[in-house]
Design a protein around this ligand. Structure first.
Ligand code: NDP
Length: 299
């Protein structure tokens, strides 16, 4: 018997459709149109694709989308001035600065210049602090989406042994915190973990966010575990000379082998990736409701 493949695209479509319904209620009942401002600096091709998709999905949900495309030689102060303007713009409820930024810009200073109430990525130090202390802040989109998928799959997560591989500020750490908030027993593994295989073998819930293709072997997965593969790795395909280089995407988990042991697993592509934008839209609605002091419409 093989495990179930969790359909992230279908999950994301449901999130987006729920968000669109919330937006139409907000417009009708309170004349509020949630607005998301996205800042992109430079020409990084992957970032360009992400921003195009975010813009398209924001508009499709009936929200306002404000795109700010900046030259990669923009100064720190110019970027901070733009963020300050957006912080005070009442039509903008969410602000997102697409990462990575060019090296001579101070990423932390820029993220922390965004008003915490409008920080829909949930990366501001105040929002990280609120997450760590059980407060009501903005929660990072990817880990929040993973929790939503896990809840949809498993119902209550209470008492499960959860392992998170990776401890970045944007995925691993908030993911571990959210699993802890769901009453899981949480272990965080990283580059210095002595025996990764044996740590992974203990997981009822396994979330992997490292950026190393197929680091986690299928044989390490506990029978019946639920596996969320956050990794997105671009692998060069064999391409005939003279043709444009082609790539395939793969995750951090050996997918086919993992299917033999896991009860359910997210694929790459088509798992966590599409769902992240869905949560970003939901976070923008949450931010708009909080800023206008109205209850979030229930769908
Ligand atoms: P980072 O590079 O910031 O963090 C990677 C983490 O993995 C680090 O904590 C690192 O450990 C750990 N790690 C690296 N190698 C190993 C190893 N051999 N054994 C154990 N742990 C290891 O990456 P991100 O968290 O930003 O992203 C992780 C992956 O998720 C990437 O592939 C990224 O593209 C993807 N991603 C996908 C998103 C989506 O929407 N689907 C959103 C965000 C990210 P240490 O701290 O010890 O160095």
């Amino acid at each position: 018997m093989t495990g179930k493949i969790i359909d992230g695209k279908a999950f994301a479509e449901r999130l987006k459709s729920d968000t669109a319904k919330q937006v139409s209620i907000l417009k009708e009942k309170y004349s509020i149109t949630p607005g998301l401002a996205v800042i992109i600096v430079g020409e990084d091709p992957a970032s360009q694709v992400y921003v195009r998709n975010k813009n398209k999905s924001t508009k499709a949900a009936g929200m306002n989308s404000f795109e700010h495309r900046l030259d990669d030689n923009i100064s720190q102060n110019e970027l901070l001035d733009l963020i300050e303007k957006l912080n005070h713009d009442p039509a903008v409820h969410g602000i997102l600065c697409q990462l990575p930024l060019p090296k001579d810009l101070d990423e932390n200073a820029i993220i922390n210049a965004i008003s915490p109430a409008k920080d829909v990525d949930g990366f501001h130090v105040i929002n990280s602090g609120l997450l760590a202390t059980g407060g009501k802040g903005m929660v990072p989109c990817t880990p929040l989406g993973c929790i939503k998928m896990l809840r949809a799959e498993l119902g209550s997560l209470c008492g499960k042994d959860a392992v998170v591989v990776g401890r970045s500020n944007i995925v691993g750490k908030p993911m571990a915190q959210l699993l802890l908030d769901e009453d899981c027993t949480v272990t965080i593994a990283h580059r210095h973990t002595k025996d990764l295989a044996s740590v992974v073998r203990n997981a009822d819930i396994l979330v992997v966010a490292v950026g190393v293709p197929e680091l986690v072997k299928g044989s390490w997965i506990k029978k019946g575990a639920t596996v969320i593969d956050v990794g997105i790795n671009r692998i060069k395909k064999k391409t005939p000379a003279g043709e444009k280089q082609k790539y395939r995407l793969t995750g951090d988990v050996e997918f086919k082998e993992a299917l033999k042991n896991a009860a359910a697993i997210t694929p790459v592509p088509g798992g966590v990736g599409p769902m992240t934008i869905g949560v970003l839209l939901q976070n923008t609605v949450t931010a708009a409701c909080r800023q206008h002091n109205v209850a979030e419409p229930k769908i």
